[in-house]
Write a protein of this length. Structure first.
Length: 308
């Protein structure tokens, strides 16, 4: 029993930066992961990945202007993400390009601009935290920011829940209820996604933030087809995977993490990658064992074949 306590509970009770990381992941699980469910249902999962890279140039410009300033990098990331969202939407509505094609074009341009800014800055080591995150070194300001964005995200989702659900399952019905209903739902939703991705990059980085959105949502989709249970299950899976990833990183490199936290992180934080890997393992397990997974579908097909 004491061994189990030392492995699972003691790191969060005894170590301050583990408690901060846990709090940050709880906020992200509640705020960002439900957005992943709607991205999945709207067949926009890859757009979420594109948007996570699109915020890079804004964060990089913020870094060049004020160093690792939380507020300036956040504002820059939000501005870059919103610029890509609205530019892609305007191009899609004013040309014969599909929405995903216009978003892909602007995302690639934004990513290329971000990489150029990073390469010319001469401070690529510090900016590794923008790319890969530093969940183990979250400070009070970062925690408050993540919590505020998650609260805003939940409030916005509550306001947009009905039109978003209608658009996922019957978009023609939503368009019939008014000329502006569908665009308001789309842009409102994408704004929330941008804010959640910006919150995610402070802990998991621009390359990993979308993982905690999409993978738990995909796992939950395999277990249930009802929207409300899917949202709750996705958030719960994200948090459990976050806890498991934190514990794996902590026990695999306890001493290194202590030194990194005390002296300021200068290397890539492995915790973000560990969290996303655990999310991936849960997804593959769900893909096999869930009612909507491979084994269940094969069993149903075989049963139907035998009964016929």
């Amino acid at each position: 029993m004491s061994t189990l306590y030392g492995l699972l509970v003691a790191p969060f009770v005894d170590v301050d930066f583990m408690r901060r990381a846990l709090a940050g992941l709880l906020a992200l699980s509640l705020g960002a992961t439900p957005m992943g469910v709607f991205l999945l249902l709207r067949r926009m999962s890859l757009m979420g990945d594109a948007m996570s890279h699109a915020i890079l140039p804004g964060a990089a410009l913020g870094y060049l202007a004020s160093g690792l300033s939380l507020g300036v990098m956040t504002a820059g990331g939000i501005a870059a993400g919103l610029l890509v969202v609205f530019a892609a939407g305007l191009v899609a509505r004013a040309s014969n390009l599909e929405e995903d094609a216009s978003l892909a074009a602007f995302y690639l341009l934004s990513l290329a601009a971000g990489i150029t800014i990073v390469s010319l800055s001469g401070h690529d080591v510090d900016l590794m935290h923008v790319l890969f995150g530093s969940v183990m070194t979250l400070g009070d300001d970062a925690l408050l920011l993540i919590a505020a964005i998650s609260s805003l995200s939940l409030a916005g989702l509550a306001l947009l829940f009905r039109p978003l659900a209608l658009e996922c399952f019957d978009s023609a019905f939503l368009r019939g209820h008014g000329r502006y209903a569908s665009p308001v739902a789309y842009y409102g939703f994408m704004i929330l996604v941008v804010f959640d991705l910006v919150a995610g990059f402070h802990s998991l980085g621009t390359l990993m933030a979308v993982g905690i959105m999409i993978l738990p949502a995909a796992s939950a989709r395999l277990w249930t087809r009802n929207l409300a249970p899917m949202l709750a299950l996705a958030a719960a899976l994200a948090f459990v995977c976050g806890v498991a990833g934190l514990l794996l990183s902590y026990h695999a490199g306890h001493g290194a993490l202590e030194v990194e936290h005390e002296h300021g992180a200068s290397e890539i934080d492995p915790a973000g990658a560990a969290i996303v890997l655990v999310c991936g393992l849960v997804y593959f397990a769900s893909l096999l064992a869930a009612p909507g997974g491979l084994l269940a579908q094969r069993w149903l097909a075989r049963r139907k074949h035998l009964s016929s």
